[in-house]
Write a protein that binds this ligand. Structure first.
Ligand SMILES: C[S@@+](CC[C@H](N)C(=O)[O-])C[C@H]1O[C@@H](n2cnc3c(N)ncnc32)[C@H](O)[C@@H]1O
Length: 380
């Protein structure tokens, strides 16, 4: 049993406990939303440092090369769409704003023609993270503009949307096949052990509908994450664009992979001081909680809204961009520092981020005569 001091931030623990005592066991998504995003208390509310000084690495935290590649990809998209003006770049999940800072620095150096046409927007609901993003972008003399949610975006956008590890941080519900039935996993509180507990409850109709579409195997103990937020977030985002390119990098599984008996424990996990854990009910507000996103579902929604959807492993996405943007003998190859080369290895090596992550690429109103983006070049 975990000792009480591992429960997490006392104020957050007291809030959750009071809520459970008043309402009974709460959906896991409610618990996860509080643990990650409760104002001033949740894990992400202070935008904790990522990378060596944080709890886990991301492609952004290991150096500016990820942002430089995305700058080259952005410029190519602008050219393939016929150099439209304005051309809008949107990031969501910007954390402290480092990806945009890296990307804009590179655009200034290698694509000054694009700059006068480029409008940059961050989707960020949290005031503390907005302040940190503004501070980072101010260091390169940029002033970000913000909206809180995709529904606040203007219509008829032409441009790009970028997100690295965003939907893997959306709150999820959990379901488990138990005693011959699918049940919802909720979070309760034990007055005996003074711990949060996992509680089974009847599956509500909205989760039952999502589960029917997933058709996971009826194996005793099989556990699966369901993310209702994707169903409203992604259509809203897609519908704001008349033309453009969306690029998500994330841990993603296909529907078949999600149904595989070897996935019986589900994919929910925690990160704390670079250690992966399985218990989200401790260190509340002090550890990350994440899961593998449903790549097939994102593709289905994309296609239903008239977008072309392609998913490929991150190492293939980078192979395409390397072939286009770092052709042998060109100046850019020479401009990669030894640190850049180490970063590139981390991004593409199958044992590091290359295979664990996928690139999900969505295009709309792409000219028939234009080649597809380099990031898709080596899609199977
Ligand atoms: C795993 S971190 C990735 C951060 C950054 N993109 C990177 O790669 O270093 C997930 C980020 O998504 C943010 N996030 C989650 N839900 C969000 C939402 N609805 N709108 C904006 N940001 C969100 C979190 O606050 C957190 O900063």
């Amino acid at each position: 049993m975990e000792s009480a001091h591992q429960l997490g931030k006392p104020e957050l623990v007291a809030r959750l406990r009071a809520r459970i005592e008043a309402e009974g066991p709460i959906p896991f998504s409610t618990f996860m939303r509080e643990a990650l995003y409760a104002p001033n208390l949740g894990y992400y509310s202070s935008a904790p440092p990522l990378g060596a000084r944080g709890d886990f690495y991301t492609a952004v935290s290991i150096g500016p090369l990820f942002g430089r590649f995305l700058a080259w990809q952005l410029t190519e998209t602008w050219q393939r769409l016929g150099t439209p003006s304005p051309f809008t770049l949107i990031e969501q999940g910007a954390h402290r704003g480092q990806l945009l800072a890296d990307l804009l620095t590179e655009i200034r150096q290698s694509s000054p023609d694009l700059l006068p046409h480029l409008q940059t927007l961050i989707i960020e609901p949290d005031p503390v993270r907005r302040t940190l993003q503004t501070a980072t972008l101010n260091t390169i003399g940029a002033q970000p503009a913000f909206v809180s949610h995709p529904s606040d975006l203007p219509d008829n956008l032409c441009g790009c949307f970028l997100a690295n590890e965003l939907p893997d941080s959306f709150p999820v519900n959990r379901a488990r096949f138990s005693g011959g039935h699918w049940r919802e996993l909720r979070v309760g509180w034990s007055t005996t052990t003074e711990q949060f507990t996992e509680e089974e409850a009847a599956l509500p109709p909205d989760l039952a509908d999502l589960l029917t579409r997933e058709a996971p195997p009826s194996i005793e103990g099989f556990t699966i994450e369901l993310c209702p937020e994707i169903e409203s977030w992604f259509p809203t985002l897609l519908s704001r664009f008349s033309a453009g390119h969306l690029l998500l990098f994330d841990y993603a599984l296909t529907r078949e992979e999600r149904q595989c008996p070897s996935r019986a424990p589900g994919t929910l996990r925690t990160y704390h001081h670079h250690r992966t854990g399985q218990n989200p009910l401790i260190r509340i507000g002090e550890q990350d909680i994440t899961y593998h996103v449903h790549g097939t579902r994102l593709e289905e929604i994309g296609r239903a809204f008239g977008w072309t959807a392609v998913t490929l492993e991150q190492h293939r996405a980078f192979a395409g961009m390397i072939a286009s943007f770092l052709p042998e003998g060109e100046e850019r190859v020479l401009s990669l520092t030894p640190a850049d080369r180490r970063t590139l290895q981390t991004l593409v090596h199958p044992a590091f981020l290359g295979r664990a992550f996928s690139a999900l690429s969505f295009r709309k109103a792409w000219p028939e005569t234009a080649e597809r983006p380099s990031v898709e070049r080596f899609a199977r």
